[in-house]
Design a protein around this ligand. Structure first.
Ligand code: MG
Length: 250
């Protein structure tokens, strides 16, 4: 069931979103060669708690950390630990904060030092596809319009779209209806109305679209072919003035 939010709720979601975006920014700044993923997670955790919020993902479905931190061929759900980030690695941080009962959710892929040309282009295209999706998030459109905009933008540039994991509604729960796939047909799916709040989150592979979850930790999802992947996410509200990015740090 899709829960449409009131203006007052969207205000709260904006505050939670702002904090989530700042936590992502702080985490991104910590992505440097030589740091461990646990150290990045610690910086994020402390920032969220210091600001009177709680990390949305900590203990969610049993996840043991504040942020998902996934490196190179790891797509999502990387568990922070003693892995040391190397020069040129690309590091995806997915983090949410819960403030006053409402969540924000956002993700981005950051480079440690100077990435390869290949990695840089993948990150650029994935980030841009998120904004192509956001542009379609207006009342009267359908989820499929967002999905198709992301898919088309990425596939035209030679990348593939992961299908097993999708965006979602956001509110008092970090994961609500509806699902927001990154592939689909224009004019299909749930119709968008003002007050809907959704996370749009392209997960894009340099190689084939297939992913596997074979890590003994039971969480980390990586590309099946071992090639690079990237992931960008914003939580947005559908408003009479168009899409409003709630996870904007400003
Ligand atoms: Mg999400």
């Amino acid at each position: 069931m899709v829960i449409v939010k009131t203006a007052a709720e969207i205000k709260k979601l904006r505050e939670a979103g702002r904090l989530s975006a700042l936590a992502l920014k702080v985490g991104g700044e910590a992505v440097v060669p030589g740091v461990t993923t646990a150290e990045i997670d610690r910086v994020i955790h402390d920032f969220i708690v210091k600001n009177g919020a709680t990390p949305s993902f900590l203990n969610l479905y049993g996840f043991p950390a504040s942020a998902c931190i996934s490196v190179n061929d790891e797509l999502i759900h990387g568990i922070p630990g003693n892995r040391v980030i190397q020069e040129g690695d690309i590091v995806t941080i997915d983090v949410g904060a819960c403030l006053d009962g409402y969540h924000g959710d956002n993700a981005a892929t950051f480079a440690a030092g100077t990435p390869s040309e290949e990695a840089r282009r993948l990150m650029d295209v994935t980030r841009e596809s998120l904004f192509k999706g956001i542009e379609m998030a207006t009342a009267g459109n359908r989820i499929g319009d967002i999905s198709n905009a992301v898919q088309t933008y990425c596939e035209e540039r030679g990348y593939s779209v992961v299908r097993e994991y999708v965006g979602h509604g956001v509110g008092r729960q970090v994961h609500e209806d509806p699902e927001v796939p990154n592939y689909g047909k224009p004019g299909h799916g749930v119709r968008l109305v003002n007050g809907m709040v959704i996370a749009i989150e392209p997960m894009i592979n340099a190689g084939t679209r297939f992913v596997v979850q074979d890590n003994p930790n039971g969480w980390t999802v990586r590309t099946k072919d071992g090639k690079l992947c990237a992931h960008f996410e914003n939580t947005i509200a559908i408003t009479p003035n168009g899409p409003l990015i709630l996870t904007d740090p400003n």
